[in-house]
Design a protein around this ligand. Sequence first.
Ligand SMILES: [Cu+2]
Length: 424
Amino acid sequence: MTVSRRTLLTSALAGGAALATKSARAKTPPDDTKGGEPPATGPHRVITPNGSSLPSTVKKGVRVYHLRAEEFDHEIAPGLTIKAWGYNQSTPGPTIEATEGEHVRIYVTNKLPETTTVHWHGVFVPNGMDGVAGLTQEPIPPGKTFKYEFVFDRAGTFMYHPHGDEMTQIALGMIGMIVVHPRSGEAARVRDYALMTHEMLVPIGAHRADPLAMNDFNVLTFNGKSFPATEALVAEVGDRVRIRFGNLGPMDHHPIHFHGHAFEVVATDGGTVPPSARVPETTVLVPVGTVRVIEFIARAPGDWALHCHMTHHAMNQMGHAAANLVGADPNGLDAKLSRVVPGYMTMGHAGMNEMSQMRMPQPANAISMLGGKGLHGVIDMGGMFTIVKVRDRLHPGADPGWYVAPATPSEASPSDLLGDGITP
Ligand SMILES: [Cu+2]
């Protein structure tokens, strides 16, 4: 589990960038097409762990973007690479960032074998730009490039996805987030993160998610990655941290739980939650088709888990059809099967933790029970699980490593037990 250099650098810069851009907002952005090649740039202030923001250029006061809908190889975690559909070789697609009031033009090139569209979920667009195949537009044929044009008339967190054969296209990974920054800037320095949840059913050994799946999803992701491939989020004690959760998975709502802190839901894809309506939470339910934006102050140093609280959503590619062996005595079975399968050992009779500990040989292209390595041994979590690394001070460019706690649980001594009247 490492934090990439890029994440740390962008995290460290995020606060400063938010302040620096504060004064330069209300005017039309300068036309960066003058003087040769336009720089690939944009109002990048959100960190998309394991992802990126979509580059843009400004032409005559209009911010211009280009999305390419296409198939590509995508690694969920080391050991599992799938044929995904997404945008610009990425699932989720790159985060689209803009500033409130900006006029934008978004080109969409369809490199898929079937038609597609893009719907701007939560954005108030003119009806003709709403991206619903058949209802508001002709679908984009394979090989063609269509353009969408509208104004981001309010700040907020929104999403984008196809609205034509969405069952197939979303199932294979066609989702993305939109962040529109307020023209007035941020009231305070904030570490701003975007995390999209997704779920797929990838049969063991297969290279493609099953678009017909309605349950038994076995690949659960934050920004297209399953733990231990999820990049950690970082913050310094005292920092205001914002996490924008978006769920464009096919079926499941995700109760996302954060350790060691309480937070408030400050916004949804519908707008800002009035302060009087906010309540302290440690888990936020992010239903399908919604955004939930949380904010908290990083209160204590540590490696704090952030994960879906549905236990099957924080694991990797378990076969849900496996027999329940918890509590079974497999000794006789092991002995008999060892005659035909040397070294055979029934797994799972003392719970599932042993399976991540043993590092069982895997079938090709599968991450069943892939766990992470932690300071105290194997982390037998997977799927929709990541870590928020809070430190007193972060050093830009340096991996914060594992947090070494001053105290962890240790075995009780006989005098502890006696003194406190505990009989094991
Ligand atoms: Cu979940």
